[in-house]
Design a protein around this ligand. Sequence first.
Ligand code: HQG
Length: 178
Amino acid sequence: MERGALVRLSKRMSLALRHDPGRFGLAPDQGGWVAVTDLLAAMRIDRAALDQVVVGNDKQRFAIERGVDGVERIRANQGHSFPVELGLTPTPPPARLYHGTGAAALDSIRATGLHRGGRHHVHLSPDVETARRVGARRGGAVVVLAVDAAAMARDGHAFYRSANGVWLTDVVPSAYLS
Ligand code: HQG
């Protein structure tokens, strides 16, 4: 598949597995998993196309696992807007994490901290470069905020690392941002 088609399919899969499964006739379980065969039918693609998206994905957005019942299932690693139990273990974060966003959001973030918006968690990046790329999705000037994750962890905030290296937490009060 050429790159454009791969990106389009990845976006359609993100929509189905993170935001609006019902629109594709899919019903994820508590953990957000759907049977691979169901996803193939819903996306009208073959297994080779699916593997290309899952393996070749720039951000490892999807995971495939075989259950104890022998059925292969797929889910998005993070980024859901419907309720899902990812089963992640609280993990000590690196001392510093980063969040890239648009300059337009800065005043509001300074006033109220980082909020998860429509997603399950606030998403944080392990390095400045990744955060810059995330912020660039907003168009316009990019701001990269540093998060004092060490202090947050000391103060009792839980952090989780998703399967693709994105750090997740519930909220980042502005005192920890610079
Ligand atoms: C902003 C993509 C005003 C926040 C990326 C962000 C990431 C506030 C936006 C992943 C605010 C939410 C997540 C406040 C937060 N006032 N704005 N108090 N608090 N915001 O897309 O972190 O390609 O839900 O700065 O690469 O941008 O989908 O979160 O701009 O990893 O796999 O509210 O999504 O990954 O936007 O991106 P999002 P995000 P995928």
